[in-house]
Every structure is written in C-alpha cells, then in structure tokens.
Design a protein around this ligand. Structure first.
Ligand SMILES: [Zn+2]
Length: 261
C-alpha cells in the first residue's frame, strides 16, 4: 500500500488534537501507523483503522497529553470527540465516512457531534456561559425536536437528507419559533468552531510530513515503530553474498562445537 500525503496529514492532525505537542504527536502517530501497516489493509481501510487506533491509544495513555495543552478546552473533552471535530472541521469528512470509521450508527454520530460541541463550550476557560437552544411554542407542523441531536445542527451542517433540507428551508421561512431555534443553534455552532480553532496547535509543516513519510516508507525495515537501518543493511548483504553466508554457517558450527564440548 502506498502511503499518501493526505493520509499522513489527516492522521497527524488528529494526533495533534489527541496529544497536543507536535513532536509527541508525530512520534505516536508514526508508531501507530507502522503497527496498522502490518495489517495489510487498502488505503481507505488503513486510514479509518489508523484514526481509530490513535483514538484508542489516546484513551489508554491520556496522561501523555502535554499539560500545557490541558488548559485548552479541546484537550478537556473525550479523545473521540476531538478526533471527530478535526475530521469534520478540517477535512470535511462525510457522515458515512465517520460512521464507518468509528463503527457507530448515523443517529449515534449526530448525537456525538452535537455533544462534542456542547462539551467544548462547557470546558471553555473561565466557564463562559452559553445558551442551549430551547424550543418554545412549536406546532405539529414543525420538525421534531430532539435535544440530544437537534435538526437545526444537522440542517446547518447540511447533514439532513436532501428532501428534509428542502422541507426545513421552506418551513423556517414561515415559522418564527423554528427560525429562533435555528438562530440560537447557529450562534452556538459558531462559538464552538471559534473555540476549536483557538485550541488547536499550528498545522504540521511539510517537513513533519516528509519525516513521517521517510520512516514509514521504509516498509520492512521498520519494526515496532523504530527504524533499523543497520540491521536491515546487514540482512540484505548476507542475503546477496554466498561467501558471507558460508562464514556465518562456519561460525555457528564452531560455536555449537564449543558449547557442546
Ligand atoms: Zn416551526
């Protein structure tokens, strides 16, 4: 499988949201990707499995998050929520891709996206208050309101079906209550995005990406996340040279003789 720049950029950015500091993120990301490489997946499956592996690793090793970053609200929410926000905000992943990656249903995804944004705002430094959209005076003609995955958020993110998107658009035009819900939601989502952007470290440089590419691109010389150039060079030399093979066989024979005497 060929590792693309796109895969490295996505996974490294998710790592930054998990561990904060760039060097740690780079090391842990490279190490995780090298392990997933052993599974021999195609590119699409590799990317999804790597993202999940990173989140799982972060859940196990949460203490590795650099303490400087813990003041940022992003680093105080669940690792899965952080990964989700990166993929949504920076890589515009579709709902289908996200449900496949995290192995959850579409409803679970909607709930998780909404919760991650609320959590982000809840953990803002200084405990700055925000208001949660509250329905008032809705009628049976209004779209059904579910506080844990409101239609307003899905509408604004364009994650409703095309038919629902058109229905809501028409309905909101004539319904003051739903229009108010939509505006409240828009304000909340804008604040969440601003908070996210203020929390994330700078994007990885091209140099960071090519460092990763160099290590991972070595394929079989890479074991347990650490490059072994000397050992690999020796192995290749032995494989190619009959005289060296004979010397090694002779040496082993001599050692066996010594040990058995
Ligand atoms: Zn309405």
């Amino acid at each position: 499988m060929i590792l693309t720049k796109d895969i490295l950029q996505t996974t490294l950015r998710v790592s930054q949201a998990l561990w904060g500091e760039t060097t740690t993120s780079l090391d842990l990301c490279t190490d995780t990707l090298a392990t997933v490489q052993l599974l021999g997946l195609d590119q699409s499956a590799f990317l999804k499995r790597s993202i999940r592996a990173l989140v799982e690793r972060s859940e196990r090793e949460s203490e590795k998050t650099n303490s400087d970053f813990l003041n940022q609200s992003l680093y105080r929410i669940h690792p899965l929520e952080r990964a989700l926000l990166v993929l949504l905000y920076e890589f515009q992943w579709t709902g289908d891709l996200l449900t496949e990656t995290f192995e959850i249903s579409a409803d679970e995804l909607d709930t998780l996206i909404w919760k991650s944004k609320l959590d982000l705002l809840t953990h803002r430094s200084g405990g700055k208050l925000f208001s949660i959209p509250t329905p008032r005076g809705i009628t049976p003609q209004c779209p059904e309101w579910n506080g844990s995955r409101p239609w307003t958020a899905r509408y604004l993110d364009q994650r409703l079906s095309r038919a629902d998107q058109i229905f809501v658009h028409g309905h909101v035009d004539g319904c003051t209550n739903c229009r108010s819900l939509l505006e409240q939601s828009r304000t909340l989502l804008t604040e969440a995005k601003t908070t996210y952007e203020a929390s994330m470290p700078e994007k990885p440089t091209d140099k960071n990406i090519s460092e990763m590419m160099k290590i991972l691109g070595q394929g079989e010389t890479y074991a347990l996340g650490k490059p072994l150039p000397a050992a690999e060079a020796f192995r290749q030399m032995v494989r190619q040279r009959k005289d060296v093979q004979l010397v090694i066989i002779g040496l082993i024979g001599w050692m066996i003789l010594r040990l058995t005497q």
